[in-house]
Design a protein around this ligand. Structure first.
Ligand code: SF4
Length: 240
């Protein structure tokens, strides 16, 4: 694969590293325009349909109407998440939203690894149901898009617009790095976008049912993910 100026193998640094955006999207629109010009429709957006995902889909639809979007369907999501995806498919009919399933069904996983693997070996469960499917979805793609924001966690605080992704041997483009949680919600409300109704019921960050809990207003937005165990990421955004 070639023809791109920024690739996993030639990456030196984010071409926008020293750029200070001053537009109303805090650089997101310009980065998306750059990414779709650079990689065309070969770039994939891996969307979890959280609040950031809704903003990114809206911004992407203004840049590349027929963009490819992948949802990693672990078979363990809330019904509200599946309902939101249907709503987004109606609102953005030109987008190509792909539902990517793991190789193993839940029954097959239970037969091979025992029931409720997420309780005993959540990293293994995330590998089977999220990481391996994304590896497959990114096969042949020179780059992917993620909705990471710097304020979400210490590990995300150094994220650049354009990153060398060691985990998936790819380029990871993160247009929303400078957005705050309040700005995400201002955009959703100002543009009257659909969103997961669980956000109104104490779920700022929403993943699989067994690994997502309600939080209080004073908790960090990701406090409800894998609450009570030593795990803060599914592994999509770590290098090993
Ligand atoms: Fe399994 Fe939980 Fe990871 Fe979902 S978030 S894939 S249920 S460990």
């Amino acid at each position: 694969m070639g023809g791109y100026s920024v690739t996993y193998s030639n990456f030196v640094k984010d071409p926008y590293k020293d750029w200070v955006p001053d537009d109303e999207t805090k650089g997101a629109s310009k980065i998306l325009q750059w990414a779709y010009k650079e990689y065309g429709t070969n770039i994939v957006y891996a969307c979890s349909f959280g609040a950031e995902g809704i903003v990114l889909i809206d911004l992407i639809s203004k840049t590349q109407k027929n963009a490819d979007i992948v949802f990693l369907d672990t078979d363990l999501h809330f019904q509200e998440t599946y309902d939101l995806i249907r709503d987004m498919e109606v609102k953005y009919p030109a987008l190509n939203i792909h539902i990517k399933k793991p190789d193993l069904s839940l029954d097959e996983q239970a037969a091979e690894y025992g029931s409720a693997l997420w309780k005993r070996q959540p990293d293994q469960c995330c590998y089977i149901r999220k990481i391996k499917p994304l590896e497959d979805a990114l096969s042949g793609a020179p780059a992917w898009i993620s909705g990471l924001r710097r304020e979400q966690s210490v590990s995300r605080s150094k994220t650049d617009f354009v990153n060398k992704d060691e985990r998936f041997k790819s380029i990871k483009v993160c247009p929303l790095i400078h957005w705050t949680w309040d700005e995400i919600w201002d955009y959703i409300k100002d543009n009257d976008l659909p969103y997961n109704e669980l956000h109104d019921n104490g779920y700022p960050s929403i993943g699989c049912i067994p690994c997502t809990s309600q939080v209080s207003d004073s908790d960090h937005s990701r406090a409800g993910r894998w609450a009570g165990i030593q795990k803060t990421e599914c592994g999509l955004h770590t290098s090993d």
